[in-house]
Design a protein around this ligand. Sequence first.
Ligand code: GTP
Ligand code: MG
Length: 150
Amino acid sequence: MNDIKVIVFGKENAGKSTLIRAIGRDVINIDKNNTTVSMDYGKINIGEKKIHFYGTPGQERFDFMRDILSKGANMGIIVLDTTMNLSQVDTDLLNELKQKNIPFLIFLNKSDISDAEPIRKKLNGFPTIIGSAKMGKGVNELIHTIVNLS
Ligand SMILES: Nc1nc2c(ncn2[C@@H]2O[C@H](COP(=O)(O)OP(=O)(O)OP(=O)(O)O)[C@@H](O)[C@H]2O)c(=O)[nH]1
Ligand SMILES: [Mg+2]
């Protein structure tokens, strides 16, 4: 498969839009007052592969957008804000992706200002990458893991 559709999930303010900006060059963020009101989109080409990233809005009122964007997804990324504890929204997301059989990675974001290890330990058994979308840390590892999984 040469076109890979990756959906970026996570709760409000986790850093989804920032992560997509860190991944690609031609990126669209549809934001209003610094929150995503529709979607983000970014694309990277690696060899023969085109990886399309669709960022979802974190606000609950946009639940419908997540369903629309998730159609035909090959992979998911769950962005977690490691300055906060795991929330119900996060565990619901994990369970939903497991149920839908969509392979996913968890990006433990904001590790520039927080110790991500405690959350990583709690997520024992899930594939995690510690990073910082803002600093561009962990982004290459994320891309390579996606390419290897696809
Ligand atoms: N310190 C730090 N701040 C970050 C990092 N990633 C994102 N942020 C900040 O977190 C805030 C929210 O980032 P966004 O990328 O807009 O978050 P989002 O998940 O797209 O938010 P919604 O679209 O509202 O769901 C912004 O102020 C970012 O600068 C990071 O790795 N480290
Ligand atoms: Mg956003």
